[in-house]
Design a protein around this ligand. Sequence first.
Ligand code: MSP
Length: 660
Amino acid sequence: MSKGPFYITTPIYYPSDKLHIGHSYCTTAADAMARYKRLQGYDVMFLTGTDEHGQKIEDKAKEAGVTPKQFVDSIVEGPSGVKALWKLMNISNDRFIRTTDDYHVEAIQKIFRKMYEKGDIYKGVYKGKYCKPCESFWTESQLVDGCCPDCGRPVVDAEEEAYFFRLSKYADRVQHLLEDTDFLQPRSRVNEMVNNFIKPGLEDLCVSRTSFNWGIPVDFDPGHVVYVWVDALFNYVTALGFDNDRYHDYDKFWPADVHFVGKEIVRFHSIIWPAMLMSMELPLPKHVFGHGWLLIDGGKMSKSKGNVVDPYILAEHYGVDALRFFLLRTFPFGSDGNFSNEALISTINTDLANDLGNLVSRSLSMIDKYFGGTIPAVRQAEPIDEELIAVINGARAEYEKEMDAFALQNGLAAVFKVLDRANKYIDETAPWILGKEEAKRDRLASVLYNLTEAIRVSAILLTPFMPDTADKILAMLECSGCHNTWEEAQYLVRCEPVTVHKGENLFPRLDVEKELAYLEAERAARFGKQPEQPAAEKPADKQPEKPEGVASIIDIAEFQKVNLRVAQVTACEPVPKADKLLRLTLDDGTAEGRQVVSGIAPWYKPEDLVGKKLVIVANLKPAKLRGVLSQGMILAADPGDGSANVLFVDESVPVGSKVR
Ligand code: MSP
């Protein structure tokens, strides 16, 4: 019998064929939640989709020489698009919305008109800053160092006739929602929203654009398209049939139980979204959960940095369940987590090969060895069993409490308490000793039965995280008369013979060194070594150290091929859309001078460099970085942490001096 509806959503993704493991994080977590609720007997609606409008898409389509619709179709439905990634990750979404779907377009027009007729949307002139990559408008005061506070990239001036949404009108209600309810989670995100966005004064939000076409037209004012975030946020209700006839689930599933979103889009979901729902007089979602980011070496992963982690490589090699498990077991869902291949391999070895895989294979091997695969129907209880049974029986409630608080990592920890206890129980009861004495056969049967119960209950609770593995384990423990439901995630006393089928080793132990080498080789084969960071970027590179020896020794003639010169920085500025790059204009003693692009922006501001003298490699083959010509590189020291310390030269040394 259904326990009622449960509605969970992920953000809808921008169409991209450059998806990395970070993109899988939120949807994998939402999938585990959806499967957990289904396991409990809820009638689940799990929604995901794609966010397909906006200037960025229009620009990219133009570059590709196709229409925006052709462009998004090719990506969304393509072999490395978002649908393919969800298939790979075994995502069980019930619905997939594309914001270019007719029913959504039609509904957004109605919604926009309703807010306009109510007086919550009005016409004015927009003057301010716009971040194209984020499709976000900002006021001057919100910028950080003159750049977009979300992505750090440069913003552009924007001025045009536009419609505005009266966000200011809802400021008090939204503040109350954030501060006095558990709407936004984890709680730590509340202060950031209130202090950074609401307290400084919520300004009305620009909700239409006229400078491009690829968006949903405002039907009563042609020439305006609806701001992409208004279009995107309402997907959560249009996908249920709100203001359209395609679906009819709105009354059943709205308000959503939870929206899972990445931390950088919490502002949209916890301020703008509730305010617009208030305007529409619709119920608010019960929760928004802002999860952390998967980082690499503490920084963002991106293709241009050459550090993206490809989910396809990992899933093909380790299996999708191991990957899903790793993501949700290793990082607390509300915080940032540092992805590393070492951590992945270590989690597979420790949790999956040792604790889970070994428990299953040891227990089933002993059942095979001592009882030919069928545990006889004798159950002989001893006090030592009680502790194990108590842990088995305590797991479900603890797991439920954690999962209901969206603490997926702790939900898994509750299962691992059972696995750990069961492994300890094997050592305590030493079945191999019981197996030596005929008189202990009944006791041996009971011990092995208890182990199968620990495994069975754990497998049920692991189903949301590793659906295929859990199914495999449950199939190994033939359980006639039980259904492995949520209710049966408890120690059952079954007084019939229990037959098991030992299968393949679930998670063979990995050789760490071999695996690391394999992953690096795969990464290099697909993405190359440090793309976008040619020689000019060396200081920031983490090149593996060459072993001391013949290979790393060069003779003086080779060194002399490198033309090192002193140059002075006459101007310096950030390279647009490249958060690591600076463009330096240099006086190198020649009439023309030169410009060099260098990946030192994380450590130097342009004003730190202007006027300084430094050393350049003057005869390096010119290269283009983010489309900007770089004629050489500047020298910097890396103390071993990947940072760059530019080698400055005393002011008295004339520009153009040779360094030798
Ligand atoms: N289209 C908007 C969402 C609109 S929802 C009404 C968007 N799309 S996105 O494709 O840029 O991002 C989708 C999700 O991926 C976001 O929640 C974002 O936080 C998440 N992630 C992208 N990179 C990530 C990591 N490295 N780590 C974890 N999640 C990250 O934003």
